[in-house]
Write a protein that binds this ligand. Structure first.
Ligand SMILES: *[C@@H]1O[C@H](CO)[C@@H](O)[C@H](O)[C@H]1NC(C)=O
Ligand SMILES: *[C@@H]1O[C@H](CO)[C@@H](O)[C@H](O)[C@H]1NC(C)=O
Ligand SMILES: *[C@@H]1O[C@H](CO)[C@@H](O)[C@H](O)[C@H]1NC(C)=O
Ligand SMILES: CC(=O)N[C@H]1CO[C@H](CO)[C@@H](O)[C@@H]1O
Length: 509
């Protein structure tokens, strides 16, 4: 990790520069949006000690994550042929040069450093298991982290978790021709970690471009030009939309989603561009990965019953950028209401302060608050919104593009539509411009909800928990319950069936 240390200061400075250059790169006519390398909800909410820049380095120094401990011996989990009609998936076998986890072997030096990607992606992508924690954040007992099913999961781990779930998918087939869809287990997000920024276009573009060239030369691709292929990337859409022709070394990300091969595939990301979609967003992984429906029900009961002394809460950092005055505003409001708002201030959290990387602290705060504020950060959607759902804390959004209706269209329980009210049954939308202009006040808006209304909204949130979490991919789940993976697969299969029927599907389904 020597390189990580020497890089730290430089990387921070570069980070600032890049944040600024991204602003100009992606200055949409619609809205400001600040997209930086640091696509982290709590600045460095993950347990990557030295922050995202160091993760990039750790991928270079000692390479990526373990081929998951899941085995594929599960004839018994396969459904009878009739139930797999129209749902069969062929999982591509990638040559080892495209396996980004191939050097992560348990016992290797890569496993010694807690901040290393191999550890981050351990337990089939769930990360290290969390020990049970008692207390409810307000010193009155209860449980913050139950003893089963909780992990320090990195927010960029979904491509690994998803791959492991696919290994257990009940309608896998070895017969490529018989498959409705083809799953491409390539980790485009992990690949990007190795050179997110600072490097030339060639360095950033070449690996994934080579992968796509290989992929589109497979015999199975030819049938539909890849339009029955799907893959998962653990990043926002913005990181994959850099013009591939741009050889500047100052930018970040790559042009993965702009390539013709990706344009044909169904690509899942964590945030799509609601004004010009090329992909489908699916929820970030949170810390809860249960192995039975009973675990989920027990946690839901806990989320319903917990005492919530705080009216609202916020976990995050101030941002230096002028574009993010909203952040500062939200923090000021919270600080100004000490009896009603509580926050995890991550402003000093980039180096050496673990406050914001602690799942215990985040869950303690969110399970003792009624509303959880989710102002725009590096991009519109924050992993924190998913943590809020799991904690039974009603999310408060400040921009339409942050809402589940606009982002998680498959997972959102009502399947959205295009109408966004100022008041939803399970979330609150406070338009940021009115807030910044001083026309509305957060505390005033939230205080107006009666206890009964809050309880009713919270009940909706609690009912959504299964859809917004991912089961433990290493075990066979006990009981019936659809999780984020199951919902995503239903969406992928439905979409692929329609494509195969000749429908010319865009992304605005
Ligand atoms: C994308 O799909 C179209 C329609 O099937 C096909 O003509 C085109 O060649 C495909 N693109 C690639 C890069 O395979
Ligand atoms: C190339 O990228 C840089 C930095 O991201 C940006 O400033 C510049 O405008 C881009 N040029 C083109 C032609 O897109
Ligand atoms: C960590 O951050 C918290 C909250 O901002 C602050 O109170 C604390 O002093 C910081 N600790 C260290 C060691 O920097
Ligand atoms: C330690 C602490 O923050 N205790 C608070 C728990 O909640 C009660 C009632 O809402 C407050 O009065 C305490 O100060």
């Amino acid at each position: 990790m020597e390189a990580a240390h020497s890089c730290r200061l430089k990387c921070l400075l570069y980070g600032l520069l890049i944040a600024i250059s991204w602003l100009s790169l992606f200055l949409f006519h619609f809205q400001f949006v600040h997209i930086s390398v640091v696509a982290h909800s709590y600045l460095s909410s993950s347990h990557l000690r030295a922050g995202p820049a160091a993760l990039a380095v750790s991928f270079v120094v000692s390479s990526p994550p373990a081929p998951p401990e899941v085995h594929d011996d599960d004839a018994e989990i396969r459904l009878p042929p009739s139930q797999c009609e129209g749902r069969r998936v062929y999982m591509l076998d990638l040559p080892s040069e495209f396996n980004l986890l191939k050097d992560c072997v348990e016992g290797s030096p890569a496993f010694e450093d807690e901040a290393n990607a191999c550890v981050v992606m351990s337990n089939a992508g769930l990360g290290p298991a969390l020990p049970a924690v008692a207390g409810n954040g307000n010193g009155t007992g209860g449980i913050i982290i139950p003893k089963n099913g909780w992990f320090n999961t990195n927010q960029h781990a979904l491509e690994v978790i998803f791959h492991n779930r696919m290994r257990q998918y009940e309608c896998l087939t070895d017969d490529a021709a018989a498959a409705t869809a083809v799953y491409v287990p390539y980790y485009a997000g992990l690949e990007m970690y190795r050179h997110t920024c600072y490097s030339s276009a060639a360095v950033r573009e070449t690996p994934s471009a080579e992968f796509l060239r290989w992929l589109s030369s497979r015999p199975r691709w030819a049938a539909l030009g890849g339009r029955d292929h799907f893959m998962v990337t653990s990043k926002t859409t913005w990181m994959f939309r850099r013009a591939p022709s741009n050889d500047s070394t100052t930018g970040c990300g790559n042009g993965f989603l702009l390539r013709p091969e990706s344009a044909n595939m169904t690509v899942l990301t964590h945030e799509s561009n609601m004004w010009a979609r090329r992909d489908m967003a699916v929820p970030y992984p949170t810390y809860f990965h249960p192995s039975s429906a009973a675990d989920v029900a027990a946690w839901q009961a806990r989320a319903r019953g917990t005492r919530r002394p705080w009216l609202f809460a916020f976990a995050g950092a101030r941002r230096p950028s002028n574009g993010l005055v909203l952040r500062g505003h939200v923090i000021d409001k919270c600080v100004a209401s000490p009896g009603r708002c509580r926050m995890l201030d991550c402003s000093h959290g980039l180096e050496g302060n673990t406050t914001c990387r602690s799942p215990e602290k985040v869950m303690a705060l969110f399970t003792s608050s009624r509303f959880c504020l989710q102002p725009v950060g590096d991009s519109y959607m924050r992993r924190s919104s998913i943590d809020a759902v799991v904690a039974g804390c009603i999310p408060v959004f400040f921009h339409e593009a942050s809402t589940f209706e606009k982002q998680y269209r498959w997972h959102e329980p009502d399947n959205g539509g295009d109408v966004v009210d100022a008041r939803r049954p399970y979330s609150v939308l406070i338009p940021r411009l009115e807030l910044i202009a001083g026309k509305v006040d957060i505390e005033e808006v939230l205080s107006k909800y009666s206890d009964e209304e809050v309880a009713a909204m919270r009940e909706e949130v609690v009912k959504m928990i299964p859809r917004f979490m991912y089961k433990d991919p290493r075990v066979r789940f006990e009981g019936e319950m659809k999780d984020g993976f199951d919902i995503a697969m239903e969406g992928v299969m439905e979409r692929t069936r329609r494509i195969r029927n000749g429908e010319d599907l865009g992304w605005d389904l």
